[in-house]
Design a protein around this ligand. Structure first.
Ligand SMILES: NC(=O)c1ccc[n+]([C@@H]2O[C@H](COP(=O)([O-])OP(=O)(O)OC[C@H]3O[C@@H](n4cnc5c(N)ncnc54)[C@H](OP(=O)(O)O)[C@@H]3O)[C@@H](O)[C@H]2O)c1
Length: 193
């Protein structure tokens, strides 16, 4: 047994491969113990590339693994609620990719499913914890940047292929206009661009 968090990775997603698993490996408090895919071959290839000891050919097997303490969920947006809630039912805490859910009702359903079981749910919304953001907050609060009347911020990133899951409306990707006429974009901060 180890006192480190034993992470299970739900799918062979790019964001896991490129960003999150390398970060888990650098962390002092966790290890990446298993990956699951809809295809055993894909899971095994991913596990071999990233030096992950266990590969499963279904998401259910990962959820049923008693040696896994927590799940990282980087599935397409449309699958976040379904599989995160199944993790909660299995008693496993989840770090879910953003956006957490497709709308407020679905997000509330997720929060309720975790809260009622006393299981932790977190959205992978990292900027609030980044040392740069913490420093800026400190500088705003101590007046180092003067007095603010307005703050204007924009964030954009390129998606280079139309078949990217983040562009598929059937997978809760893309964009939409809300009731106030505001253009709501999916917000992904870790794209290569
Ligand atoms: N890419 C980024 O820079 C980035 C940044 C921030 C947040 N995110 C979020 O992270 C999540 C994953 O994004 P990604 O770009 O890493 O996606 P991706 O590479 O396309 O990976 C998604 C994974 O989900 C699994 N999957 C299950 N059902 C699927 C379906 N119907 N269609 C396609 N794949 C399916 C697949 O794994 P298996 O085949 O192994 O089962 C696939 O590898 C999204 O919620 C996205 O918003 C991405």
């Amino acid at each position: 047994m180890t006192d480190k968090i034993r992470w299970g990775i739900l799918s062979t997603a790019n964001i896991g491969r490129r960003r999150v698993i390398p970060a888990f490996k650098l962390a002092r408090n966790g290890v990446v113990a298993a990956v699951a895919s809809r295809s055993l071959e894909r899971a095994q290839a991913f596990a071999a590339d990233l030096d992950i000891p266990t590969a499963y050919g279904s998401y259910e097997e990962l959820l049923n693994d008693p040696n896994i303490n927590a799940i990282y969920n980087p599935l397409p947006n449309s699958e976040h609620a379904l599989w995160s809630i199944r993790c909660a039912e299995a008693g496993k805490p989840v770090l879910c990719e953003k956006p957490l859910a497709s709308d407020a009702a679905e997000a509330q359903h997720m929060v309720d499913a975790f809260a009622s079981r006393g299981v932790l749910l977190a959205e992978g919304f990292m900027y609030r914890f980044h040392p740069q953001a913490v420093k800026i907050k400190e500088m705003v609060e101590n007046g180092a940047l003067g007095t603010f009347n307005t703050i204007n911020a924009t964030f954009t990133f390129p998606i280079r292929t139309e078949d990217d899951i983040r562009m598929q409306t059937g997978l809760a990707g893309g964009w939409r206009v809300d009731g106030c006429g505001l253009l709501l974009h999916q917000c992904d901060a870790a794209d290569d661009g």
